[in-house]
Design a protein around this ligand. Structure first.
Ligand SMILES: *Cc1c(COP(=O)(O)O)cnc(C)c1O
Ligand code: SF4
Length: 333
């Protein structure tokens, strides 16, 4: 037991051991920087960060690997194309308290952690100024005051930076504080960690979530069936055995998953791992990610193919986010 608890509490060590430079990652995979279109400039703009376990799912020698493409800084990012901006969702407009976003009825989103376990090149927050927008623990009282003052808020969402980067104690403190607001019923956690570093889902974490009076929903983020494995399914099983719902969101990415067969396989593999598909997002038009974008017509064709093949409960909702709208906007309904 003792040795197991030592192994299980080492997710922070695993995180620290991850790749932090594109050269080291490519060297590990036996791929030349030229063949992969690697760019040091893009890396300087948004630092490379990849847990080793995620890199181990990439195919050595393949510069087009769909997992590698999600994390490798490339020359395409540095092209300056009109229409792609640093704050594509105009989030600054819906930011009444530092670290809190209130865009949609009944739900607020908190950004508590500075950064993520992995840096995804297509991330709409790749230019997000965490230092000035994330107040962490010191900002919590102001966020709680805001939530307490608005009884229409039923759900608190912890989101990116990845909230599971927080230590258990801080997470527990935060959840306990949210629980004191009676009108809040649901705690949602948006996190890529169960996919890219499943070791984070420790028995201690599961226990914290299981003992909350709030209904807990975890939304993971997986873009390709090759990201999934047995270790993930086991950890998801631990969450589900405590009544925690586990959903997935995917970003539609050119060159990674813009293929109906891959997306159908993703839905089926997610289900096998105990995860239900929730959203399939159109890319947010963030500067540096233009090469991942797909025209809406192509996305719709692809979605029609998925609809033909999948049972309704495995078909994610294809959505786009438009600043100022009251919800995410469905495509192809
Ligand atoms: C996406 C999002 C939500 C959650 O929307 P759902 O449609 O309920 O998943 C809430 N707040 C913000 C700011 C969001 O971007
Ligand atoms: S895990 Fe999510 S928030 Fe973090 S870099 Fe990737 S896409 Fe962005």
């Amino acid at each position: 037991m003792l040795s197991e608890s030592i192994i299980l509490s080492s997710w922070q060590a695993l995180l620290a051991e991850g790749f932090k430079s594109p050269d080291a990652l490519l060297d590990y995979l036996g791929i030349s920087p030229e063949s992969a279109g690697m760019s040091e400039l893009a890396h300087q703009d948004f630092r490379t960060k990849v847990p080793k376990g995620f890199a181990d799912k990439m195919k050595p020698g393949d510069p087009d690997d769909p997992l590698l493409k999600q994390v490798l800084p490339v020359v395409d990012e540095t092209a300056d194309i009109g229409g792609y901006t640093e704050d594509p969702l105009s989030e600054a407009l819906a930011n009444p308290v530092k670290g809190l976003l209130h865009k949609y009825h009944g739900r607020v989103l908190l950004t508590l952690a500075e950064g993520c376990a992995i840096n995804c090149r297509y991330c709409f927050r790749r230019h997000f100024d965490y230092k000035h927008n994330v107040s962490g623990r010191t900002g919590l009282p102001a966020m709680l005051e805001y939530i307490r003052a608005d009884e229409t808020i039923k759900e608190v969402i912890l989101s990116g930076g990845d909230p599971l980067l927080l230590r258990d104690e801080l997470l527990k403190e935060t959840i306990t504080a949210i629980e004191t607001i009676e009108t809040v019923k649901i705690l949602r956690i948006h996190t890529r960690m169960p996919i890219v570093l499943p070791e984070r889902v420790t028995p201690e974490l599961v226990s914290i979530l299981a003992h909350s009076r709030l209904k807990v929903v975890i939304v993971v983020h997986c873009n390709h069936p090759r990201e999934l494995d047995h270790a993930i399914a086991v950890r998801v099983g631990h969450l589900r055995s405590q009544g925690i719902h586990v959903l997935n969101q995917t970003v539609l990415l050119r060159g990674v998953n813009d293929n109906p067969a891959i997306l159908c396989e993703l839905s089926e593999s997610l289900f096998e791992a105990g995860i239900l598909p929730y959203y399939l997002h159109m890319l947010d038009k963030v500067k540096g990610a233009q090469h991942f974008d797909l025209p809406a017509e192509k996305a719709l064709l692809l979605y029609q193919e998925m609809r033909k093949k999948l049972p309704g409960y495995l078909l994610p909702r294809l959505v786009r986010e438009i600043p100022g709208e009251v919800s995410k906007i469905p495509l192809g309904q």
